[in-house]
Ligand binder design. Structure first.
Ligand code: SF4
Ligand code: SF4
Length: 391
């Protein structure tokens, strides 16, 4: 196998094999050098030198990584490791050594249905039963696949909150496609680009200028990957991308939202795609404090937060490993004696809830906010008004 990317080759030689990156949650679970960031860099260097031809086991181990970015934070030679992992995976795909079976399957079903869960395209907006949406607006709510098919309550709480706050927005329903995150993280950029085009055209048709997401994975993908893909297509990128935690924070700071009296001990899990990938650490915490929460930090938080274990294609291909990482995070959360483990991402919630096996109440920020928010001065129109308040 020959690496076609000079970038990977160059970065592989920058690694000094210091092993500071042993903080890697996958390495902490498995303790195999081949799964550590240092081991991966060694493999890439060997491939670059023409000394190693990776077999299927080496490629599998390379994929035992959630692309959480914890290694990048501590790397002693400042290697952009997330980019290295993603580009190397694309090389494995190009060389015919990947995708791994679960990721290939995910692609097959997504090509047919526009989502990696294999759910019917026509059921994408089932969560929105009882709501009505405008066809065009400057802001669009991008629900994402996990909230649309697995976590209805997140999407419903989001639109209820938007309606309360008088935000003028639209929602694409069955014309919304997967953002492409699972494919970008597993080296399958071509299908992510197809989904980009579908979403981009729909946003343009609806006159969208601002994209709002509740999913941290969608947020990272649309804010960081889409501008690059847009450039590859020679398309103009003139969208603002906002995560719900940022929108709520802004409304709170502007004095437009207050909360009913409440006081509870909570701990906050930084989703990797919101924190390390996008640098959003403070906004969710400020909102929780304004709500009256007492935040007790876990042993690892902010840029050092432990990954929930689900991302980067790990949950679909390596279930046990994903669960082991998730359980470690739950143990940290339990030590805080908090009533709620709060996060800002449906995929984190889904996975941490499964990992907690009922021992911890896992909840998304938007659910807490929507149940306690009082909008003081409804600033906008009544777009997206709900016709049926079932929830
Ligand atoms: S991105 Fe996360 S899981 Fe992947 S090698 Fe780095 S620390 Fe490990
Ligand atoms: S911390 Fe960076 S330089 Fe050190 S072994 Fe890990 S990847 Fe290499």
């Amino acid at each position: 196998m020959k690496l076609s990317s000079k970038f990977i080759e160059d970065e592989a030689f920058v690694c000094v094999q210091c092993h500071y990156c042993r903080v890697c949650p996958a390495f902490q679970s498995l303790k195999w050098e081949s799964v550590s960031p240092r081991g991966r860099m060694y493999l890439l260097k060997g491939i670059a030198k023409g000394q190693i031809e990776p077999d299927s086991i080496a490629v599998e181990d390379f994929y035992k990584c959630t692309t959480c970015g914890a290694c990048e934070v501590v790397c002693q030679t400042s290697i952009p490791l997330i980019e290295v992992w993603e580009r190397a995976r694309a090389e494995f795909v190009e060389a015919g050594k990947a995708p791994l079976p679960a990721h290939r399957k995910m692609r097959e079903v997504a090509e047919k249905n526009g989502n990696p869960y294999g759910e019917k395209r026509g059921e994408r907006s089932r969560w929105a039963e009882g709501f009505q949406f405008k066809d065009k607006a400057e802001t669009i709510y991008f629900a994402g696949c996990t909230a649309s098919y697995r976590m209805y309550e997140l999407a419903r709480n989001t639109v209820e909150f938007l309606n309360k706050a008088g935000i003028d927005y639209t929602y694409a329903g069955e014309d919304e496609y997967c953002c492409g995150s699972p494919f970008l993280r597993t080296g399958q950029r071509d299908i992510a680009k197809k989904f980009f085009l579908k979403n981009y055209e729909e946003w343009k048709r609806r006159g969208v200028r601002r994209i709002l997401t509740t999913c941290s994975g969608c947020f990272r993908t649309i804010a960081k990957d889409y501008p690059e893909i847009s450039e590859e297509f020679g398309l103009e990128w003139d969208f603002e991308v906002v995560h719900t935690s940022q929108l709520i924070h802004q409304l709170v700071e502007e004095g437009k939202v207050e909360f009913e009296e409440w006081s509870e001990r909570v701990t906050y899990h930084d989703p990797c795609h919101l924190g390390r990938h996008m640098g959003v650490y403070e906004e969710p915490r400020v909102v929780l404090e304004k709500m009256g929460a007492e935040i007790v930090e876990m042993e690892h938080s902010r840029e050092n937060a432990l990954c929930c274990g689900a991302g980067g294609g790990v949950k679909s291909q390596f279930k046990e490993l994903a669960m082991d990482m998730g359980k470690r995070r739950i143990e940290e959360a339990k030590e805080t004696k908090a009533k709620y483990l709060v996060s800002c991402c449906p995929f984190c919630k889904l996975h941490l809830k499964q990992a907690s096996e009922g021992e911890m109440e896992v909840i998304d920020l938007i659910e807490l906010v929507n149940s306690r928010a009082k909008v003081l001065n409804n600033p906008g129109t009544k777009a997206g008004e709900q016709t049926d308040r079932r929830s």
